[in-house]
Ligand binder design. Structure first.
Ligand SMILES: Nc1ncnc2c1ncn2[C@@H]1O[C@H](COP(=O)(O)OP(=O)(O)OP(=O)(O)O)[C@@H](O)[C@H]1O
Ligand SMILES: [Mg+2]
Length: 432
């Protein structure tokens, strides 16, 4: 009877196998050359390339991907299978999937944890892929890492958040800790927003079912676009962030002015793509900030680019098939200068005035809770014409001045006294 020697099947690489392992430095160079070349070819140089390291005797490659969907996971597993013949599922918990190469002799489990391992960490807004192995990688393992990364790149390029970033917009996940309490006063504005924006976003079906009872041909009656008008620093952007938090939707922030200059010449297509990406999000608050950069009525000499952007915007705001939970908010400091056709696309305007004396006192109260009511009223009475932003700046400035004094004079840390606020306010008024 022939005895089959198991010796060669041990985990320890045989000399021949060892020769197949690529020394770390060479591997890193080859791998990085491949992935950077790929990113360049795809015009995705702004994506973060994988990180490669060698620590505590192990090689590690990791990179980010958009949240991993079941379809992506299957693709990843197929890629791993192509390069690693004998594989075991180490974990398949939701949120953590790990696959590990078995030993050459699949029945031997000795040192199995030292073999090549591919892990997927699924987080809410991004995921991470990690390839690790004790010692050096084989050519097959390097190829696998390259292919996994390529798959991640193609997913990223389809990911709405990535597309938005590439277009100069940004997506902010809802912040549920930011509530209306953050804005002092403005009760009328808050009520108005609650009724005209939050209710429809939270109950789109109710609005649609009423329209079904009234319209011969169904069309939605939900407001799709709201204009925030008001001087600088009165809480328009903050209100949009609060709305996103309350309705649990991402806020897509579109700085119209910077988009126009960034994409000069092709901004209209880009604006269109921003709306497409928002639709793929399946619901969002689209915040078009500084919409006045499109100001100028049609009969004035408008630049060709501005005219094109405006026409895209007019069409998009009219769009009947926008997702039920998407609303566009435009913000302006100069509503009167806006194109009339554009204004008419907004279902409603919410005006944010400068705060009155009582509101200014309340804003002081928000940023200087150390002050008493009478002290806040005093400051509120003497800050006519200031916005919430100005008041916040005054409070911050006071804190900094006070902190310097505490440090220089070696005082016990304490909140700034009332006199310091009064003094900053006076300096502020004199210098403005
Ligand atoms: N009523 C308020 N209560 C508390 N903080 C306020 C209030 N109004 C404005 N602020 C603060 O002032 C800062 C500026 O507000 P925000 O950016 O929302 O203003 P804005 O109306 O969007 O201004 P702009 O037109 O310049 O874009 C924020 O930090 C905001 O919290
Ligand atoms: Mg703003």
């Amino acid at each position: 009877m022939t005895r089959i020697s198991m010796e060669n099947d041990d985990r320890k690489p045989r000399p021949a196998e060892e020769a197949h392992l690529i020394p770390y430095d060479r591997m890193k160079e080859q791998f990085e050359k491949e992935v950077l070349g790929f990113l360049e070819k795809k015009g995705a140089e702004d994506m973060t390339p994988p990180q490669v390291s060698f620590e505590k005797g192990a090689t590690r490659i990791h990179f980010a991907t958009p949240p991993i969907t079941p379809g992506m996971l299957i693709d990843f597993v197929l890629i791993i299978k192509k390069y690693i013949t004998h594989l075991r599922v180490h974990s398949f918990d939701s949120g953590y999937y790990a696959f590990q190469a078995l030993n050459r002799n699949v029945f031997k489990t000795e040192n199995i944890l030292d073999n090549c391992k591919v892990e997927f960490f699924v987080l809410s807004t991004t995921s991470r892929v990690e390839i690790s192995k004790k010692g050096n990688l084989s050519q097959e393992e390097i190829n696998m890492a390259v292919e996994l990364f390529r798959r991640a790149v193609s997913a990223t390029r389809q990911d709405p958040a990535f597309r938005l970033r590439a277009l100069g917009a940004s997506m902010v996940e809802p912040d549920r800790d930011l509530t209306w309490d953050y804005i002092a006063g403005y009760e009328e504005v808050k009520r108005n927003i609650r009724e005209s924006v939050i209710l429809p976003l939270q109950n789109p079906d109710m609005y649609d079912s009423i329209a079904r009872m009234t319209r011969k041909v169904f069309e939605t009656n939900r407001p799709r676009a709201i204009l925030f008008d008001g001087p600088p620093g009165v809480g328009k952007t903050t209100a949009a962030r609060i709305i996103a938090g309350e309705s649990d939707l991402p806020l897509v922030y579109v700085p119209v002015e910077s988009i126009m200059s960034k994409w000069y010449g092709q901004s209209s297509q880009n604006l269109s793509q921003i709306f497409d990406a928002c639709e793929d999000l399946g619901g969002a608050i689209i915040f078009l900030d500084e919409i006045d950069s499109l100001a100028g009525s049609r009969d004035q000499n408008m630049f060709e680019a501005t005219r094109q952007i405006l026409s895209v915007l007019l069409r998009r705001l009219d769009g009947i098939d926008a997702a039920a939970s998407t609303i566009t908010i435009g913000a302006t400091n100069r509503k009167n200068d806006l194109d009339h056709a554009l204004i008419s696309r907004f279902d409603q305007t919410v005006y944010f005035p400068l705060p009155n004396a009582a509101e200014r006192a309340a804003i002081f109260g928000n940023y200087a809770k150390n002050l008493g009511e009478a002290e806040c009223s005093h400051l509120g009475d003497r800050s006519e014409g200031l916005s919430g932003r100005n008041i916040k700046d005054i409070c911050e400035f006071t804190e900094r001045r006070w902190a310097r004094k505490v440090l220089v004079k070696n005082l016990e840390p304490a909140a700034p006294p009332f006199d310091f606020y009064r003094h900053t306010l006076r300096i502020w008024k004199e210098t403005k």
